[in-house]
Design a protein around this ligand. Structure first.
Ligand code: ASP
Ligand code: MG
Length: 459
C-alpha cells in the first residue's frame, strides 16, 4: 500500500463530514445530519451536496428550455428549498438569501434558453450547493452551533474543464491553510462540495457526485484525521443490496479494494474520492445519516486477512468500440495513434482487449460531466474512421469481481465461469490488476449475472 507522502500536512484531530443529497433533501433529513455534526466535536468541516433532486433540475435548466418548462422547474426548486425554510424559526434573513439565489437561477436559466455553454451550466448548477449550505448553516445556528458558511471557491481552484474540472491540489493546500485552517479552531465550517473556480473566477464543477471528492481533498489539504461520508446506505456492501438483498455490509476495506469498487461502479463513492485519502493515508468512513447507529464501512490502509472475493460492482450503460485496423498486419503504431486521438477528445478508456488487427475498448463514463454530454462525438468518430473501421455497441454492462490475489489464484476461472454458462460474455478483462476480473455483458443480463455470481462467491 502507498506510503504516506511527506507532502502531507500533519494529521490533526479534526474530521470532515460530507452529507449527500438525500441527507440534506428536506428539513428532517437536515436535522438528522445536524444531529451527527452536533454529536461529534471533532467534526469541524461540513461539506454538502445540493438537496436531492436540485442538481438534476438545474442541469435540465442549463440545457435550455422553453418558458413553460422553465417555470415548472423553477417552481420545483423553489418548493424543495422552501419546504425547509418554512420549518426554520426566524427565517427572514435566510429567506432573503435563498430568494436572491433563486433569482440568479431564474436569470441564468433564461440566458441558457437563449444560448447554453459549459461555463454557464456550471454557474447555474453550483446554486444547488450554494443553497443547501446556506440552509444547513442556518439550521445549525438555530440549534445553537456557531457555524460559519464558507464559499469553497475561495480555495478550490480548478482547471477550466467545465463540468468535470480538476482541482489544483497545491493551490488548494496553500489557500486552505491560509483561509480555512485558522477558522477551524473557533468555529464549524459549512461549505459546498462539487464546485470550484477556474483561474479567472468563473465557477466550475467537478463532475456529478463530486462532493465526495471535495471532502476528501479538504481532508488531505487540512491534514484532518478522517473523512466521513454520510449517505443513505449504512456503508459499502458486497454488492448493491437493491440487486441482491443478501448482500453483506463490509465493515473494513482497504483503500485499493474500495478504489476498484468505486471505479467499477459501486455508486457509493465518487471514483476520485479515494486518491487524496490514499495519498495521505486518511481513513474514509461511509455511513447512513438516517441511521448512524447502524455503523458503516471504514476504508483504510490495511485490513486483516483480505478475502479472495470482496465485492461485485455493476456499471450499466457501457459502450464498446471495436476498431478494425485498415492497415496491414504487423503495422506499427496503430494503438499509439488510436490512443492519441482518444486522449485529444478527453476520453478515458476503461477496458481493452486486442488481437492482431482489432482493438476492443470500453469507454469510461463514470464521473461524467454535469451536462450529460455524449462522449462519442461526431468529430471523434470522423477522426477514428480515417484510421480504422469503427463498430459501436451500446447497452452493455460491466460486471467487476473485486478481490485480492485474483491473478495469482488457481481455479478462478472455473469458480466464476461455471455458473455463467447461459450468458453471453462479450468481453473479459483479467490479469492487469490483482484486484479485479471484469466481464462485459449484455445490459439486460447484468443483474442476473450479479445475483448468480454473488450467490456463488459470497452466500
Ligand atoms: N450535487 C451534485 C450532484 O448531484 C454533486 C454531489 O451530489 O456530489 O451530482
Ligand atoms: Mg453522491
Amino acid at each position: 500500500m502507498s506510503a504516506v507522502s511527506s507532502q502531507c500536512p500533519e494529521i490533526g484531530g479534526h474530521v470532515v463530514a460530507k452529507f449527500g443529497g438525500t441527507s440534506v433533501a428536506n428539513f428532517d433529513a437536515m436535522n438528522n445530519s445536524a444531529d451527527i455534526v452536533l454529536a461529534n466535536k471533532a467534526v469541524r468541516v461540513v461539506v454538502l451536496s445540493a438537496s436531492a433532486g436540485i442538481t438534476n433540475l438545474l442541469v435540465a435548466l442549463a440545457a435550455g428550455c422553453d418558458a413553460d418548462k422553465r417555470a415548472d422547474y423553477l417552481k420545483q426548486i423553489h418548493s424543495i428549498q422552501y419546504a425547509i425554510i418554512d420549518r426554520l424559526h426566524e427565517s427572514d434573513t435566510i429567506r432573503q438569501e435563498i430568494d436572491r439565489l433563486l433569482e440568479n437561477i431564474k436569470t441564468l436559466a433564461k440566458a441558457a434558453s437563449l444560448a447554453t455553454s459549459a461555463a454557464l451550466t456550471d454557474e447555474l448548477v453550483s446554486h444547488g450547493e450554494l443553497m443547501s449550505t446556506r440552509l444547513f448553516t442556518e439550521l445549525l445556528r438555530q440549534r445553537g452551533k456557531d457555524a460559519e458558511w464558507f464559499d469553497i471557491r475561495k480555495v478550490m481552484y480548478t482547471d477550466e474543464s467545465f463540468g468535470r474540472a480538476e482541482p489544483n491540489y497545491e493551490q488548494l493546500q496553500s489557500l486552505a491553510t491560509e483561509h480555512l485552517l485558522p477558522q477551524l479552531k473557533n468555529s464549524l465550517i459549512v461549505t459546498q462540495g462539487f464546485i470550484g473556480r477556474e483561474e479567472n473566477g468563473r465557477t466550475t464543477t467537478l463532475g456529478r457526485g463530486g462532493s465526495d471528492y471535495t471532502a476528501a481533498l479538504l481532508g488531505e489539504a487540512l491534514g484532518l484525521k478522517r473523512v466521513d461520508i454520510w449517505t443513505d446506505v449504512p456503508g459499502i456492501y458486497t454488492t448493491d443490496p437493491r440487486v441482491v438483498p443478501a448482500a453483506q455490509r463490509i465493515d473494513k476495506i482497504a483503500f485499493d479494494e474500495a478504489a476498484e469498487m468505486a471505479t467499477f461502479g459501486a455508486k457509493i463513492l465518487h471514483p476520485a474520492t479515494l486518491f487524496p485519502a490514499i495519498r495521505c493515508g486518511i481513513p474514509v468512513f461511509v455511513g447512513s445519516s438516517k441511521n448512524p447507529q447502524a455503523g458503516g464501512t471504514l476504508v483504510c490502509d490495511t485490513t486483516e486477512a483480505p478475502p479472495q472475493f470482496r465485492a461485485i460492482a455493476l456499471r450499466q450503460k457501457q459502450t464498446l468500440l471495436t476498431l478494425h485496423s485498415l492497415k496491414m498486419l504487423h503495422a506499427q503504431g496503430f494503438l499509439a495513434e488510436i490512443f492519441t486521438i482518444l486522449s485529444r477528445h478527453n476520453i478515458s478508456v476503461d477496458l481493452i482487449t486486442t488481437s492482431e488487427v482489432n482493438v476492443a475498448l470500453t469507454l469510461d463514463t463514470t464521473g461524467s460531466t454535469s451536462t450529460n454530454g455524449s462522449l462519442l462525438t461526431n468529430a471523434l468518430m470522423t477522426e477514428l474512421s480515417t484510421l480504422c473501421r469503427v463498430e459501436v455497441e451500446e447497452d452493455l454492462a460491466l460486471v467487476a469481481i473485486i478481490g485480492n490475489q485474483l491473478s495469482q489464484t488457481n481455479g478462478l476461472g472455473k469458480k466464476v465461469f461455471s455458473v455463467l454458462e447461459k450468458f453471453n460474455l462479450r468481453m473479459i478483462s483479467h490479469g492487469a490488476s490483482n484486484h479485479n476480473l471484469c466481464l462485459l455483458v449484455q445490459g439486460k443480463d447484468a443483474e442476473q449475472i450479479v445475483q448468480t455470481l454473488h450467490q456463488r462467491l459470497f452466500e
